[in-house]
Write a protein that binds this ligand. Structure first.
Ligand code: ZN
Length: 223
């Protein structure tokens, strides 16, 4: 990879530490997930394809353009899901980091989509995702998990053109969560906040279902 500016290096190192943190939480098991940053002076630095996220170093990152094409003298193979990152960088000029993780709860919540989205509960935590108000209301978009990732990327770009997203992120059905932020720190916050919301949704549903199971039978002895 061509030499990086001090700032690009700092952003890359921050992202590598976030990748290890995600691995510790079980959010990028195996070789799942991919992360990228777009430092102010570019290029985009993305995690390599098929690598474990708990053991990366800055030298492993691959430099690509905002459109996702490799740049520089050499480098590994960029993530197989680079087109998703390019879709966001091309649509959100302020995006400085894109993080994609595979969490259990994001997979479960993706199953509950209706009309291509899931309504989010009016939690205080939504404020951190830019949704404000006493009773905040927002929807999480859920895209089909096409085997051809560029096809998902095309749908994401189309969504940006059709009104965009309530929150800085989206789900791919039975696949995972993708978020963006202005810098690595903000992207990290967004992953954590969305994970909180998903865990809330799963627990809320479990609690409701358990309530049914333990319901006291009526006087007739019926269910
Ligand atoms: Zn993925």
């Amino acid at each position: 990879m061509t030499p990086l500016s001090a700032e690009a290096r700092k952003w890359g190192e921050e992202m590598v530490s976030h990748a290890a943190f995600f691995h510790g939480r079980g959010w990028v098991a195996g070789t799942a997930g991919n992360l990228s940053v777009r430092p102010p002076e570019g290029p985009v630095l993305i995690t390599p394809s098929g690598r474990h996220k708990g053991t990366l170093s800055i030298g492993d990152l691959v430099a690509v353009s905002s459109e996702g094409s490799p740049v520089g003298e050499k480098g590994g193979r960029p993530s197989a899901e680079t087109s998703l990152h390019a879709a966001i960088y091309g649509s959100v000029p302020k995006a400085g980091a894109v993080y994609h993780v595979h969490t259990v709860e994001s997979n479960l919540v993706s199953l509950w989509a209706q009309d291509g989205g899931v309504g989010l509960p009016p939690l205080e935590m939504l404020k951190g995702l830019g949704v404000v108000g006493e009773n905040p209301s927002a929807r999480m978009e859920v895209f089909p998990n096409w085997p051809e990732v560029p096809k998902i990327a095309d749908e994401v770009v189309k969504r940006f053109g059709e009104g965009g997203f309530d929150v800085p992120g989206f789900l791919i059905r039975l696949h995972g969560l993708t978020v963006w932020g202005e810098d690595p720190a903000q992207a990290l916050h967004h992953v954590e906040l969305m994970d909180f919301v998903f865990r809330y949704l799963v627990l809320e549903r479990q609690t409701r279902e358990r309530g049914k199971v333990f319901q006291v039978p009526g006087p007739s002895g019926g269910p």
